[in-house]
Design a protein around this ligand. Structure first.
Ligand SMILES: NC(=O)c1ccc[n+]([C@@H]2O[C@H](COP(=O)([O-])OP(=O)(O)OC[C@H]3O[C@@H](n4cnc5c(N)ncnc54)[C@H](O)[C@@H]3O)[C@@H](O)[C@H]2O)c1
Ligand SMILES: [Zn+2]
Length: 329
């Protein structure tokens, strides 16, 4: 695909600026002008204030409807720059250059962009698909260990919920992946992207089957909220998958072997590294809040067997209470 843009504006964050500089050099080599805007590296940068700054940058760079925005960074940069691309001139092209493993396997795919509201995560956003996603695995080398490890929660999520082949690959190659073996990582990233793209193609606007990507996120989000986000997303999702599988077992929806193999795989990637410290009551309360938002119904994603999960299960409250309380003991 040739993009042939009339201009290119690069958005990045302070930590990954060197990667953005490389991208800028490559763009200049083909005779196109470009410039870099670096936001502070923080989730707090997903704000209306930073969005305004990015839009002003695009204005200064005179990005017209033939131009494009290039997001070089993790999910934070991708979500913010993606939203700016979605609304600048009513939409200009977006190229994602993810530099975290999470962004490569998850956030750069699927077209969800956005910033946070004052109190609510990802409250302001748009669906805006990138014209291209360019993942250079060499960027992973400089990624801090916790960020690398956390991304495997989403990787295991794809494997358990929809890709048995990926599960087997992960099982056989845990140590190589922990060592960040590039060839193995490439296979894993490829399969995750394929899995996500398949679902998104069926349900871009997230009104049906895309909900399968929420596997592990029901209890996971509640744990994040209940701990004031001290437990990171990846760890929380790992916890959430352990909870979901135990609920599925209690409801006779999956076998004990399924629960055990998922546990073993999460253990192999150090997820979570230790059991999360949280008051079960708070976690359950956070889940109830989530519930109100969706008219009193939590739709659980339940694993039936490795590689296959189902959406839209309702679970009796006492079962949830029992499993969450035990999982936090
Ligand atoms: N749009 C979606 O579908 C989607 C999906 C999942 C998550 N997200 C969003 O993504 C965000 C999290 O993204 P993330 O996990 O990529 O984190 P991030 O973008 O916040 O990056 C984490 C940290 O790592 C640094 N970093 C990035 N790449 C690096 C590299 N190669 N070497 C060294 N340091 C590097 C960053 O500067 C930052 O300090 C959240 O805001 C979340 O809501 C969006
Ligand atoms: Zn997630």
């Amino acid at each position: 695909t040739r993009l042939d843009p009339t201009g290119a504006a690069i958005v990045t964050d302070g930590n990954v600026r060197p990667y953005a500089v490389k991208v800028a050099k490559a763009i200049k080599r083909v005779g196109l002008k470009t410039s870099i805007h670096a936001i502070p590296a923080s989730e707090r940068s997903k704000s209306m204030t930073q969005l305004q700054d990015v839009l002003s940058f695009l204005e200064r760079q005179q990005i017209d409807r033939g131009g494009c925005v290039i997001a070089v960074g993790g999910g934070t940069v991708g979500d913010l720059a993606g939203l700016a691309a979605a609304i600048w001139q009513r939409g200009v092209r977006l190229v994602a250059v993810p530099t975290t493993l999470l962004a490569m396997v998850d956030s750069s795919i699927g077209g969800k962009t956005g910033v946070n509201g004052r109190r609510s995560k990802n409250a302001i956003g748009a669906f805006w698909q990138p014209s291209a996603v360019i993942s250079d695995l060499s960027a992973i080398e400089t990624l801090p260990i916790p960020s690398y490890r956390d991304a495997f929660a989403e990787v295991v999520k794809y494997a358990v919920a929809m890709d048995k082949g990926l599960f087997d690959l992960l099982q056989r190659n845990g140590p190589r992946l922990v060592e960040r073996d590039a060839a193995m990582l490439e296979r894993v990233v490829f399969r995750c992207v394929a899995a996500k793209a398949l679902i998104v193609a069926k349900d871009e606007r997230d009104r049906g089957p895309r909900a399968i990507l929420n596997y592990g996120h029901t209890a996971g989000h509640a744990l994040e909220a209940a701990t004031g986000f001290r437990v990171t997303h990846g760890r929380a999702v790992a916890f959430g998958m352990r909870v979901a599988a135990r609920i599925a077992l209690a409801l006779d929806l999956c076998s004990k072997r399924t629960v055990d193999s998922q546990d073993e795989l999460l253990d192999a990637f150090g997820l979570p590294d230790k059991p999360p410290h949280a008051d079960p009551k708070r976690v359950l309360a956070a889940m109830a809040l989530d519930k109100k938002a969706r008219r009193g119904k939590v739709a659980w994603v339940m694993p039936r067997r490795i590689g296959h999960a189902e959406i839209g299960h309702s679970v009796p409250a006492p079962v949830v209470r029992r499993v969450v309380t035990r999982s936090l003991a």
